[in-house]
Design a protein around this ligand. Structure first.
Ligand SMILES: *Cc1c(COP(=O)(O)O)cnc(C)c1O
Length: 418
């Protein structure tokens, strides 16, 4: 249980955050909420769209309206929003295979992409990777101060460069996440060299954190997961790909079959949860952001390095905290698990997860398996012992998560609140 001292410590810090940070988050969620509502009204969302389809899923009216609403919210010509997109990684994979052809090159301009894409691209040899299809990969790292290496980017673009991948969120790396205006700078630079290059943004964890989305600043395609921000914690599975009509069409041909494209794909009664989740998403993201800021402020106050700092602007929902020791990481994650509505009695343990070079500990007791818009924390057990904290469907739960984590550390005498 949370003791009075931990509660007071967190509450006092939170009181200082209200005017400066929380009010701004509420303003952003109000704007995004209005955008989402307008898209639902414009497309005449109705009862009938919640009906289940089966089999081929021809004439799935709900699916079609969900995709139109997504296209409007992300300010794109078209969208593919499907439960058959099984995760963010799968949606990104479908997009990459949909857009790239043998002898094309994929270029990442903000360093190595999210870990799970290593085998998709073939950075790590894997069966069925882009590399096996003769699609090459190149990458330009960020400069030591995390700024863009424009010279490197311009020099890396060649006649085979077909798609440029821009990852909005830091994911689980230690670099700042990109603001929409930074994404615009990158896209302007790339389009200036060759306007035909497709700029694709991995939008995972970034949706609704700002009031504009990447396609409003020139991105051709955005891709993300429905068990993160835009699913609002209600979508039980799925992913989305939104952007230029012709590109979304190519992705649809890859997801289903050439010739079938967007015309098939039963939604099995999931449309209501997907669209209601989108309705909740602006506020859910705001709740998660408030939790992230509180975590940042609390651990900053205790002398830990945090990224971003509590007063810095935010471009995704992830809070990184350098915990200094493995004991701290483990105690923090145990606290997050204790705060969960599901599996709170489980004790998370570091384990040797495939694809990682160190043991990894994951704390999550979520309604939807692996959902990281729900309160969760993950950390590789290696210096600087960074824990990545994210999610919280409600403000009360995000706040309790921080308190449980701190209590767990205090109980093990790893922190002193005096
Ligand atoms: C989570 C994430 C992914 C992968 O999504 P999954 O649903 O976990 O497969 C890709 N890119 C980024 C930046 C992410 O945060």
């Amino acid at each position: 249980m949370i003791d009075e001292q931990v509660k007071q410590f967190c509450e006092e810090i939170e009181n200082t955050l209200k005017e400066e940070s929380y009010d701004n988050i509420d303003k952003i969620s109000q704007i995004n909420g209005a955008k989402v509502l307008a898209a639902m009204q414009k497309n005449q969302l109705s009862d009938i769209h919640f009906a289940a389809t089966s089999g081929y899923g021809y004439n799935d009216l709900g699916r079609e309206v969900v995709e139109k609403i997504y296209a409007d919210v992300f300010r794109t010509e078209d969208a593919l929003v499907r439960p058959q997109l099984m995760s963010g990684t799968h949606a990104l994979t479908v997009a990459l295979f949909g857009l790239l052809r043998p002898n094309d090159e994929l270029l990442s301009v903000v360093g190595k992409p999210y870990d799970t894409l290593d085998s998709v691209i073939g950075i790590v040899p894997a069966c069925g990777s882009l590399q096996e299809f003769g699609i090459t990969y190149n990458q330009v790292d960020l400069l030591p101060d995390f700024s863009f290496d424009y010279e490197g980017i311009i020099n890396s673009i060649n006649e085979r460069t077909k798609v440029v991948l821009i990852q909005r969120s830091k994911g689980y790396s230690y670099r700042p996440s990109l603001s929409i205006s930074q994404i615009k700078e990158l896209i302007d630079c790339i389009k200036n060299v060759n306007p035909n290059i497709i700029c694709m943004v991995d939008n995972c964890y970034g949706e609704f954190v700002e009031t504009t989305e990447p396609c409003e600043v020139g991105a051709d395609l955005v891709v993300g997961s429905l068990i993160k921000n835009p699913g609002g914690g209600l979508a039980p599975t799925g992913g989305y790909i939104a952007g230029k009509h012709e590109l979304v069409e190519k992705c649809a041909m890859r997801l289903t079959a050439p010739g079938l494209g967007k015309e098939v794909g039963a939604t099995l009664g999931l449309n209501q949860a997907v669209i209601q989740g989108l309705f909740m998403a602006p506020e859910t993201v705001a709740n998660a952001l408030k939790g992230a800021i509180l975590a940042s402020a609390v651990f900053e106050n205790l002398g830990f390095d945090v990224q971003p700092q509590s007063t810095q602007s935010r471009h995704d929902i992830i809070q990184a905290i350098d915990m200094k020791t493995a004991e701290n990481v483990i105690a923090f994650c145990e606290g997050i698990q204790k705060a969960a509505p599901v599996d709170s009695f489980v004790i998370p343990k570091p384990w040797n997860m495939p694809g990682y070079d160190a043991d990894v500990i994951m704390a999550a007791g979520t309604f939807i398996q692996g959902s990281s818009i729900e309160l969760s924390a993950d950390a590789p057990i290696k210096p600087p012992y960074t824990v990545f904290f994210q999610g919280g469907l409600t403000h009360y739960h995000a706040r309790l998560g921080v308190m449980f984590a701190l209590q767990s550390m205090k109980d093990k005498q790893l922190v002193s609140l005096l």
